[in-house]
Ligand binder design. Sequence first.
Ligand SMILES: Nc1ncnc2c1ncn2[C@@H]1O[C@H](COP(=O)(O)OP(=O)(O)O)[C@@H](O)[C@H]1O
Ligand SMILES: [Mg+2]
Length: 258
Amino acid sequence: MENLPLLKVQGLSKFYGGRIGCTNVSFDLWPGEVLAIVGESGSGKTTLLNSLSTRLTADAGMIQYRMRDGAMRDIARMSEAERRLLMRTDWGFVHQNPADGLRMSVSAGANVGERLMAVGDRHYGSIRAAATDWLSRVEIAQDRIDDQPRAFSGGMRQRLQIARNLVTSPRLVFMDEPTGGLDVSVQARLLDLLRGLVQDLGLSVIIVTHDLAVARLISHRMMVMKDGHVIEQGLTDRVLDDPREPYTQLLVSSILQA
Ligand SMILES: Nc1ncnc2c1ncn2[C@@H]1O[C@H](COP(=O)(O)OP(=O)(O)O)[C@@H](O)[C@H]1O
Ligand SMILES: [Mg+2]
């Protein structure tokens, strides 16, 4: 674990006309740290995640990212080409709906290999080998490599999306409800797999979830959102075992009753 933050966020806000998406969000993310953003539907989780990952343009605030060379860069001051390169290499983005993060009508192997080709790998044999390796790491049988994700179950699609993201060895991965659309038993298995990969690779992750059990299992730290504001943040165990804000207490107790 390095002793400098990977991501530094100050006063980040995003509005939709007069409506608050998220406002005045500040935090540091450390290498190897998993941060969960939790809150009810409409609390601003997705807006925050998309603003952080530059899928949305923030209206105020600053996002700084520590590049591989160690330099801290202001994301807003990067060229479009630099930002695109970052998103294809050093960052990953796992969508809730795998179809949003995959190409459904090209093979599983090509879905993984494509990200390598995008960063300049042109050697068919090594791309195929990397794709094969990644499929097995996400527990997809190698004889499925030429099948299209259309033919996969929801859980397999999500594992393929994860492989596609991780093949370029990103340092930071954004995830929006990655287990959201799946059956409970499939969710548990995927979460287990994700947790193992995140640990093995020392990934930094920002994960949006409305499910506190997911946050408990995978995150070190969490931020609780309400109406676009971060109302409480802290170590995951502390927030869940000893929530300070009445709203967080409500959120925690309603989950415990479920
Ligand atoms: N494209 C949009 N246009 C207008 N308002 C939006 C848009 N997307 C989200 N919002 C509003 O911003 C707030 C936060 O939404 P969102 O980030 O999607 O929350 P969450 O992901 O926590 O459900 C909500 O009030 C929502 O209605
Ligand atoms: Mg959302």
